[in-house]
Design a protein around this ligand. Sequence first.
Ligand code: B12
Length: 410
Amino acid sequence: MRTVPLGLACVAATARQAGHEVRVLDLLDVADVSEGISGLIRNWRPEVVGVSLRNIDDQSMASSRSFVDECNDVIEQVKRVSDAPVVLGGAGYSIFPEVALERSRADMGIWGEGEEGFRLLLERIEARQPLTGVPGLFVRGRGLQGARTFVKDLDRFPLPDHDLLDLPYGLGAVLPVQTRRGCPLACSYCSTEMIEGRIIRKKSPKKVVEWITGWAERGIREVHFVDNTFNLPVSYARNLCRELAAASSGVVWRCIVYPFHVDENLARLMADAGCVEVSFGFESGCDRMLKAMNKRFDLDDVRRTRRTLRRAGIKCMGFLLLGGPGETRDSVKESLSFTESLELDSLKVSVGVRIYPDTPLANQARREGLVPAGDDLLYPRYYMVPGLAEWTRQTVAEYARGRNNWIVDK
Ligand code: B12
């Protein structure tokens, strides 16, 4: 699925609000990347160029494609036609803020939330002031200039205008919407802390609904809530659903649900507000493995949540993540039969877990000698219990045969 550059558009909107002229170029929209870049830059002569790196790789052990080199090529193209400082940002960049910068020709990078840092950076560059203190800013060869900020009230940031978030599919487009940032759940393998921090921060449901309604008036019919966990905090999720239902915008939506705290009341409110499907990342069908991943739910919670959502008429796309520490042939089989018993509408199975830096998974992989000393993990490495990969792939393929609603990484 192609995604639109929401994060970049949010940063651009803040820069515009601060009085700067801003242009956004989505490189997925241009046939020739080099021409796209030089065409825009030569004609317009920007004073700063931001580059958004959303995906640093495809997070799939089977294909294992890295995008680091492609991103570095983009930076090279910019450098060929402009002397403006190049500033990196984005979710993929933020997992490796120092290493990704040092291995590219970019001049700086903003780690995590970009709005406040980028705004302040432009202010300092314009006034020719020192860059020390700019939140989350890394400067090549000089390290971090100021601690990351986590703005509490996300309503402070403007939402991107229609020209900054140019949805490419006309009326069939899916609008990504973020209502909250931060995740306190701390799954053992997850990189979210590096991108959004652990503390949940919110936009007011009113602002969110106003924004969605504006897009609905222009013909958008589908929304994807990109929050890490739609049902956390539950009280916020309920309020948001009430506001959405009251606005009667006619949009349908999808979101990501953590398999706990979805009671009949929340499921009903979600359905009434337009929710048609959730991503349901239960990841394993073995309680021992759930504990090893530091999940805060057990298999009973998964069954209960699935039943509750089904009763409300909401579809479930499940996610399984096999091969992490402690996985055995028995736990893989348990997971697959448990998954069958859930009768999901669709399922995505990943074999092998991308190892992100500074996570409990990375520490364990290093202790077990699965990551060579000195490897900073910028290019992807996967945790897979030694000797289990081939058998797991074959077993998953056998289960998946004849089920066209199972997606298995190839
Ligand atoms: C929702 C989501 C999805 C949804 C997207 C739905 C949609 N319609 O957009 C779905 C399920 C489709 C999806 C798919 C995939 N995803 Co995804 N996804 C996310 C998630 C949870 C949120 C992304 C988001 O929209 N955030 C909201 C915006 C506002 O935030 P942002 O983009 O980070 O932007 C902020 C900052 O990064 C920064 N910033 C951004 N750009 C710039 C530019 C500059 C110059 C500056 C200064 C700052 C800056 O400022 C912004 C505002 O504060 C993230 C995890 C996360 N917490 O970030 C993973 C994440 C981005 N996904 C990831 C991956 C790997 C994928 C897939 C490749 C998975 C797969 N194998 O299929 C695909 C790729 C899809 C594609 N074509 O790009 C990884 C990327 C890491 C990596 N290894 O590369 C992440 C980080 C999850 C993880 N593992 O940690 N994803």
